[in-house]
Each structure stands twice: as C-alpha cells, then as structure tokens.
Design a protein around this ligand. Structure first.
Ligand code: PLP
Length: 493
C-alpha cells in the first residue's frame, strides 16, 4: 500500500518512507491511498485474540514491506510488561451501556504510550528499509505528556538519541519530575525560558535550519520528530478501537454488529481520527463524539463548518487539550473529500488568515458522523466528583471532559446508546485538580499529592508515579530560546 501527501496525491511513498520522514516535503501529512476493509468474520476473529494479536492483525494491513513475523516481534516488544496489566488497554464497565477504555496503563500513565511505546521500533525498522545509514536524533517540544512518553519510548534504543524541550514553569510538577528523572544513555531534557509556543517555535526553526542539517549529516546524524503528524503514531491508535469493540462484544453487553458510539477527549485530533479510520475499516461505530475544553475550536467547527483559530487561548485543567490548531484534522478533510487541491487550499487559508470554511458536501459527512461539544473547568470538576461518588470510579480531567459530553448528548437525544469513553490519562497524573474536584483543599506540590489522592480514594498510585520523588534528578538545565540550537549541537555528537 502506498501513502500520499494530503496536499498532493502525486507525491507517493511507501509505509516505511512515510514513517521515516514524518511529514511530506509540501507540508502535507501522509495518508493511506486506500483504507482496508474488514469483514464480519475477520473482526469476530480479532475478538478471540489478545491485544498483541489484535495489534498484529491491524498493523499488517498497513505495512506491506514488513513481514508478518517482523510485525509480531515489534508488537511483542512494544506491548509487554511495560504495561501494568495483561490486557494493555482494558475496558472498565461503569454500567452495561457505558464502558471506559483505559489507555493509561503504560510507563508514563497517559495514552501517548499506546503509540510511543511502538514508534521507536517502527521507526528504526523503517530507516533500515529505506537504506538510511545515518542515526536519528528525535527532537520534541512538549507541553507535558508527549515529551515523557517519547523519552520512555526511545530510551536506550540503538541508533537513536532524543532531546526534549519543555517550557520552564509550564508543565505540572509530576510531568516535570517524570522528565528530569528519565533514565537512559541516549536521552536529554532541557527547560526553555518561555511558554510552550516558544519551545515549539524554537524546535521548528531548528528543523528548518539547512546549515545545521548539513553539518549533522556530515557527522552521521539527522533530526526527526515524534509528534502525532507521523503516520507511525496514528496507526497503532486504530488498534484500540477494534480492541474496545471486541471487549464490549465479549462482555455480552452488545451482540456483534450493534453500533458503539465513541467519545474522545481531543487536542491535536490524532486519537479521534484513529477512530474514524476504524469506522472506515468496517468497525460498527455509530457517532464519534469529539470533546473539547474551553479551547472549543473543534466544537464550533462541527456545528458551523468553519474552522477559526482566531480566539483567545485558555489554560485549563486539561492542559493536553489546550490547542487551537489540530494538525490531524487535515487528514480527516483529505479522507472525506479525496481532493488534495481543496485540502491544500484550506491549509493555506488557515496559515494566512487563521480560518477556512468547508464545502456543504464535507459538512454533510461531518454532521452524519461527528458530534462536537465542550465544557468548562468547573463542569469538568463537577463531573469527576459525580462519577466518583455515584459510580466509585475515579477519572482524570481529560477523560472527564469526554464523559461530560456523553452525558450531555444522552440527555439531548434522550437515548442511552452503548458508548465507549476514551480515557487518556491516569487521575494520578493530574492529582491537584482531581483532589480539588473531590473537595479536598490540601495545598502541596503535585508529587506530595499523589500520596494524598491514594489515601483518600484507597486506590494505589501507579508504580511509575509512586516512586518519582526518590529518583535522581538528572536534567536541571534551563536554556534561553536563543540557546536551543547550541543545546542540540552539543547533544548530537
Ligand atoms: C495528547 C492528549 C490528548 C489529546 O489527544 P489528541 O490525539 O492530541 O487529540 C488528550 N488527553 C491526554 C491526557 C493527552 O495526553
């Protein structure tokens, strides 16, 4: 199967090339030329397999140049006892029509692990297949979760190095401690004076620096990125939608063929886009509910057909969803319209005036499949409190935004359709807000609060977070924006 750029269908590459390069030269994202469709028997067969088995079957369909045993090896390495439960991505039933898909049992306690535990293997194998002799240095600008998940994924992976920049004072206590205590010989972390945008802009500049690229290349290195524009990050996310459907069927709460709605807390639109692909592949999915916090660009887009990023940026208690430009939406527009010129046009409008309006045809498909909605921080906290007190189940702030949208939608449509809430982080990762939601007024650092949350709820803290304050702090460097390039040069040697 070939992949082409969302902005130019003539530009075609193999899966390995798409994963190795990340982004097309015209700035477009790589998308599969055709989406494989599974029949009823094939999906039923997945239901009899474990998570690894399900993952191997799905990945195989998209990675022609990889042999079956190669894929099985990769999957085995990525989804093993680095996850704290045998199911990898278990489904928790709150009641017979409401399931929560827990995607945070990996080493960093957020859903980014589902893709970043496997990406290093896919990437290094892809580089080999492309005949790439140079070693790769992954550069990441992070607002918290991606940085740690990428560090954990690439730590001590042969032929790679990874350097993460995060905004000084711009991440939670837990997130910072997670990053600066990272182990591994090939990793480094630096704080940048400034906010996330400063760090992100700095990294983009470094990627665009031809002179630096030539210099690194002469030394046997090139730079690459691990964010969700890479197809290698999106593909592994399709798996857990199939897996959740199978688990729902296996529970006896639906029979095969019945549709499930999925509600997804959304930022860069990667997670929910994987659900769209699963639906196109034949999975019985009803509506895709796209949940936002007060940064409600997407919610407006699904209502009006106009994407407009010209609005204030809000810092919320679900920070991983604080985003105004959702990169992966471009892939959805490409998938629906099948028109590269049209998509290229929208993206040009977005970059020149911050907005664009889709055609009526696209709008119709959107409204048949997607429901957008958002809630405030206050509503998020009320929801956490309510679900904990009524169901005895604790969720984090991001998951709560999604759960709230499901409730609103059920009320508005007066229905109770079987639904999966996609849960993207452990509540312990955002314990200050979660404790606040439960009515506890303790003021302390995020790390001290881990214990407190554990005491109050009786739930043990995830292992990777519990021992955090005892780990060696390895990376205390804070750099100016102007020093980022020198930091990269000093690291890649
Ligand atoms: C990254 C992230 C999201 C948003 O996912 P997208 O794929 O960017 O839409 C939601 N919740 C958490 C906890 C995250 O880390």
């Amino acid at each position: 199967m070939k992949y082409y750029s969302t902005r130019n269908k003539e530009y075609k590459v193999t899966a390995a090339e798409a994963i190795a390069h990340g982004l097309a030269p015209d700035g477009g994202l790589f998308v599969p030329e055709t989406v494989p469709v599974l029949g009823e028997n094939e999906i039923k067969a997945l239901c009899g397999k474990d998570y690894r088995g399900r993952a191997s079957e799905i990945l195989k369909l998209y990675l022609d140049e990889f042999t079956e045993s190669e894929i099985e090896e990769i999957v085995k390495a990525a989804y093993g006892d680095n996850f704290d439960c045998a199911e990898t991505a278990p489904v928790h039933f709150v009641n017979p029509t409401t399931a929560v898909l827990e995607l945070w049992h990996g080493p960093t306690c957020a859903f980014k692990d589902m893709a970043l535990q496997i990406l290093p293997y896919l990437l290094t194998a892809s580089l080999k297949k492309c005949g790439e002799q140079r070693k790769v240095c992954i550069l990441v600008a992070t607002s918290g979760d991606t940085g740690k998940a990428a560090l954990e994924g690439f730590a001590d992976i042969e032929g790679t190095k990874i350097l993460v920049f995060y905004p000084h004072n711009g991440v939670s206590d837990v997130q910072k401690l997670q990053m600066i205590t990272q182990s591994g010989k090939n990793v480094s972390v630096a704080a940048v004076y400034g906010n996330f945008d400063d760090a992100q802009t700095g990294v983009k500049k470094i990627f665009a620096d031809r002179e630096l690229a030539d210099k690194l290349s002469a030394e046997g290195w090139f730079l690459s990125s691990a964010n969700s524009i890479n197809w290698g990050r999106l593909l592994p996310q399709i798996v857990y939608y199939f897996s959740a459907y199978c688990d729902f069927v296996n529970s006896g709460n639906i029979s095969y063929g019945e549709e499930l709605d999925f509600v997804v807390p959304t930022g860069n639109f990667g997670d929910i886009l994987a659900c769209w692909y699963a639906k196109k592949m034949g999975l019985p999915v009803g509506k895709l509910l796209c949940a936002s916090n007060e940064n409600n660009v997407l919610s407006d887009f699904f209502k009006t057909g106009t994407y407009d990023r010209n609005r204030p940026f809000h810092m919320t208690i679900s920070p991983s969803m604080d985003i105004l430009v959702s990169s992966n939406l471009e892939r959805l527009l490409s998938s629906i319209s099948n028109d590269d010129k049209l998509v290229a046009g929208y993206m040009a409008e977005l970059s020149s005036c911050g907005k664009y309006t889709v055609t009526d045809e696209i709008k119709t498909v959107l409204s048949e499949n997607f429901i957008g909605g958002y809630c405030s921080d206050k509503q998020t906290k009320e929801l956490i409190n309510k679900v904990y007190n009524e169901q005895g189940y604790l969720i984090d702030t991001h998951t709560a935004v999604a759960y709230k949208l499901m409730e609103t939608y059920r009320t508005e449509t007066d229905s109770n359709k079987p639904t999966v809430v996609v849960s993207t982080a452990s509540p312990f990762k955002f314990c200050d807000s979660v404790l606040d939601a439960l009515g506890d007024g303790t003021k302390a650092s995020g790390v001290e609060l881990i214990e407190k949350l554990s005491e109050i709820t009786g739930a043990p803290a995830p292992k990777p977070l519990a021992g955090l304050d005892k780990r060696e702090k390895r990376f205390n460097e804070v750099v100016e924006k102007t020093e980022m390039k020198a930091t990269v040069e000093a690291f890649v040697k």
